[in-house]
Design a protein around this ligand. Structure first.
Ligand code: DOR
Ligand code: ZN
Length: 442
């Protein structure tokens, strides 16, 4: 199939920004034609001879739209194997495509845990059968996420794991984390760290402060996250192994990461849309759809996260898409599961940062595509010869978030009913259209 994406604003940070046509053949980008020059079709040495090339292309009119390299969500929970009633690899991939993502990294806290090559291969096979977006498994740092013994990183890497993490659980034992970093470095595997001090967590279920006191709920101090961020920065310096800090939520973490980066430490970081959009106030009515770990924080923390995004301290926006069923959410607040779904709201919520002048559109694309690809060493970018993984965004589309329209099996989002502006309208993976708003059945 030959596809022409015509007249869109192509935003590929560090590579291209301008109105252009993108020509796709056999799943690959064969030409990017700037519209500053007279329009022409690919030259004959770039593609097989076709009599009438103009007609051979299926044309997608992208006038007024933003065309970006495929968005990558480097932090999602697909729940398979083991918790298929919350999400399957297939439904998670459909949700990702509908959200504009061409690739996701799935965390290992499944049942069984992805701590061995069989589980990694199972996930890759299921993703192949789903045939939607690319799925990059993240395997466990420690066996069974128990924090006591390391998993076999060589086997996991050979099976297709792109990174390792005990996400959902911290690696409490600093010596084990040190060994994990040394071991991971040998295999070129990135460590993604879930930073949480379980002693400081204690019985906490929301942000520590006056609101938690009024609500009669136990609080989680900022230090619960930041002491572990600081420890991992120290271990990163000790071992020279790159470390990526997951779901940053506090100002102290942002400050520590900024300082480490200024010293040249190989640390990178992500935050999620809920941390730059909401504050602990969203929990105010005991809404379990606003309960996640780390918790929503104060206004000052939200401000620090926004500043961290703006100045490059935070490299990546990832969703931490964490599906849970009503069985786990429609219960007392302190007993409810942590986590919210995010794949189908991320682009809209993130575009608000552009509207508010916090990020330029090219910086947003960096954080949702270029940087995750660089950190994970995944091929990406709108370059001739690359696989045609492309997202088309309508920046002007206003709509009301309707959870009932989601592809995800789960419904746990605090954003239902919110009016937002900007939406992914077409997602293409390897030249195949996996989501097209005009054809909702895809
Ligand atoms: O809110 C969260 N949900 N935080 C985590 O660390 C784990 C995740 C999950 O797996 O549900
Ligand atoms: Zn997570």
């Amino acid at each position: 199939m030959q596809i022409l994406i015509k007249d869109g604003r192509v935003v590929d940070p560090g590579n291209y920004d301008g109105i252009a046509d993108i020509f796709i053949e056999d799943g690959k980008i064969v030409k990017i034609q700037s519209n500053d020059n007279p329009r022409q079709l690919p030259t004959s040495n770039e593609q097989p001879a076709t009599r009438n090339k103009q007609q051979a292309y299926r044309t997608i009119d992208a006038t007024g739209k933003i065309v970006t390299p495929g968005l990558i969500d480097m932090h999602v929970h697909l729940r398979e194997p083991g918790h298929e009633y919350k999400e399957t690899i297939e439904t998670g991939c459909l949700a990702a495509a509908a959200g504009g993502f061409t690739a996701v990294c799935c965390m290992p806290n499944t049942n069984p845990v992805n701590d061995n090559s069989q589980v990694t291969k199972f996930i890759i096979e299921k993703a192949r059968l789903a045939d939607t977006v690319r799925v990059y498994p993240v395997a466990a740092i420690s066996k069974g996420l128990q924090g006591t013994g390391l998993s076999e990183y060589g086997d996991l890497k050979d099976a297709g794991a792109v990174a390792i993490s005990d996400d959902g659980c911290p690696v409490t034992d600093s010596q084990l984390m040190r060994r994990a970093m040394e071991y991971a470095k040998r295999f070129g595997l990135l460590i993604i760290s879930h930073c949480e001090d379980l002693n400081l967590l204690a019985e906490g279920v929301m942000n520590e402060g006056a609101l938690a006191t009024r609500m009669g709920l136990s609080g989680i101090p900022n230090a619960c996250e930041s002491v572990m961020v600081m420890r991992d920065i120290a271990l990163c310096e000790l071992t020279g192994s790159p470390v990526h800090i997951a779901h940053v939520s506090t100002m102290e973490s942002v400050r520590a990461i900024r300082d480490a980066k200024s010293r040249g430490v190989a640390v990178t970081a992500e935050t999620a849309p809920h941390y730059f959009t909401l504050t602990e106030d969203a929990v105010g009515r005991y809404d379990t759809n606003a309960k996640m770990n780390p918790p929503l924080r104060s206004k000052d923390d939200r401000e620090a996260i926004r500043k961290g995004l703006a100045d490059g301290t935070i490299d990546v926006i990832a969703t931490d898409h964490a599906p849970h069923s009503t069985i786990e959410k429609e219960v007392e607040f302190d007993r409810a599961a942590n986590g919210i779904i995010g794949l189908e709201t991320s682009v809209s919520l993130s575009l608000k940062l552009v509207e508010e002048g916090i990020l330029k559109i090219e910086e947003l694309v960096e954080k949702m595509s270029t940087n995750p690809a660089r950190i994970l060493r995944i091929e990406n970018g709108l370059t001739v010869g690359n696989s045609a993984d492309i997202t088309i965004i309508d920046p002007d589309r206003s709509y009301i978030v309707d959870v009932e329209s989601f592809r995800s099996i789960s419904r746990n989002t605090p954003f239902n009913g919110l009016e937002v502006k900007g939406k992914a309208i077409l997602t293409m993976v390897g030249g195949k259209i996996v989501f097209d708003e005009k054809n909702n059945n895809l």
